[in-house]
Design a protein around this ligand. Structure first.
Ligand SMILES: [Zn+2]
Length: 82
């Protein structure tokens, strides 16, 4: 008898993935205010959806957060060719 059902070595990764800093899988989605230093200035961004590692506290920002940072830093996007 040959069992065709083999356990795939490819583990399904969680939607959030592991923490890039500590490798812990306890990464949760959250929406919090975030303070970042951009060009030497502190900026406060409100209600930024991102992922946070419960183990080390590392914050992981995705594309959505990047867009929000960008929109906050550049409220009016000017198409200005240098
Ligand atoms: Zn971590």
């Amino acid at each position: 008898m040959s069992s065709s059902q083999r356990k795939s070595p490819n583990r399904k990764r969680s939607a959030h993935g592991d923490c890039p800093t500590c490798g812990n899988a306890r990464v949760v989605s959250t929406v919090e205010d975030v303070v970042l230093t951009v060009h030497g200035r502190k900026h406060r961004f409100e209600n930024i959806p991102h992922e946070k590692c419960l183990n080390c506290g590392e914050r992981i920002f995705g594309i959505e957060a990047s867009h929000l940072f960008d929109a906050a830093l550049h409220p009016k996007k000017r198409s200005r060719a240098a």
